[in-house]
Design a protein around this ligand. Structure first.
Ligand code: ADP
Ligand code: MG
Length: 279
């Protein structure tokens, strides 16, 4: 049984008495425990709607969503489901609720009604995981965007979710902040076995995932492990592939496989090495 399963899911937003906007059409998707999936698509393609269906914030109009075998359509399952799936959103400023970092991270576990000693342990662990232990007593408002987002991730981690969904969580960060967050996420996936759905419009970030899912106008149009070798899957969905990825695909076709995809520096280093250079 997959950890997360969407089966034939439709979802619409009511916009008036009889009007609605259909955001998702017949979505089938599974995510296994420990998997790292990137979800990409242009604005309005349905990514955030999908994230909200995954943790039971919305319920499908048709089809079903299950988490660990439990349907999100049953109200009695939602407490379990929201403990198992944590979501980090785009704007870190909207995700802090207190004026002290560690209180902020403790907010979720407190709402779960955990014992104080257990909360303390989880908060320390979560801050350690994101490399923010030394800021435990700081005011979140004084932190950089990347640091704030790492605190938001710690707040979700303190719930010990089995799957973390990051909904354009790096979208408002500078390149340095993005790199900080990506480092934390890839480490949590690798070392803690946490499943990740990374919703992003940065293809270099998507490239870090085991698998890529493409949404276009509310439909899944591609889902696979080797998608970067099919650039049309991206361009057909209105997504642009970075030059490094496009070049790498061409080189691979020409017989020089650099083990795509990579960021620009790693790409150049791999090319130099493959060509017998001294890197
Ligand atoms: P993405 O996250 O990929 O940008 P969304 O899931 O936010 O896409 O939106 C999918 C579609 O649903 C879009 O057409 C969007 O306009 C519409 N939509 C999203 N949220 C609402 C809402 N609260 N009310 C009405 N329509 C919405
Ligand atoms: Mg969105």
């Amino acid at each position: 049984m997959p950890f997360l399963q969407f089966s034939n899911v439709d979802y619409s937003y009511p916009t008036g008495d009889k009007d609605f906007i259909q955001a998702l059409y017949s979505v089938d998707l599974t995510v296994e425990r420990g998997e790292f999936v990137a979800l990409v698509g242009t604005n309005g393609s349905g990514k955030s709607t999908l994230a909200r269906l995954a943790n039971g914030l919305y319920v499908p109009d048709r089809g079903f969503v299950t988490v660990d075998g439990q349907s999100t359509g049953e109200k009695g399952n939602l407490y379990d489901i929201r403990k198992k799936i944590g979501v980090v959103f785009q704007n870190p400023d909207n995700q802090t609720v207190t004026t002290v970092v560690e209180d902020d991270v403790a907010f979720g576990p407190e709402n779960l009604g955990l014992a104080p000693a257990e909360i303390r342990e989880r908060v320390d662990w979560a801050l350690e995981c994101v490399g923010m232990s030394e800021y435990a007593k700081s005011n979140p408002a004084r932190l950089s965007g990347g640091q704030k987002q790492r605190v938001a991730i710690a707040g979700v981690l303190a719930l010990k979710p089995e799957l973390m969904i990051l909904d354009e969580a790096t979208g408002m960060l500078d390149p340095e902040g993005r790199a900080e967050v990506m480092k934390v996420v890839t480490r949590l996936n690798r070392d803690e076995g946490m499943a990740v759905i990374m919703i992003t419009h940065f293809m270099e970030e998507a490239a870090q995932a085991d698998r890529i899912v493409i949404l276009k106008n509310g439909r899944v149009t591609a889902d696979g492990r080797e998608l970067f070798s099919q650039p049309h899957a991206f361009t057909d969905a209105g997504l642009e592939l970075p030059l490094t990825v496009r070049l790498g695909v061409k080189l691979k076709a020409a017989g020089l496989d650099l083990g795509l995809p990579l960021d620009a520096d790693a790409f150049v280093a791999a090319a130099v090495k493959a060509l017998g250079g001294d890197e």
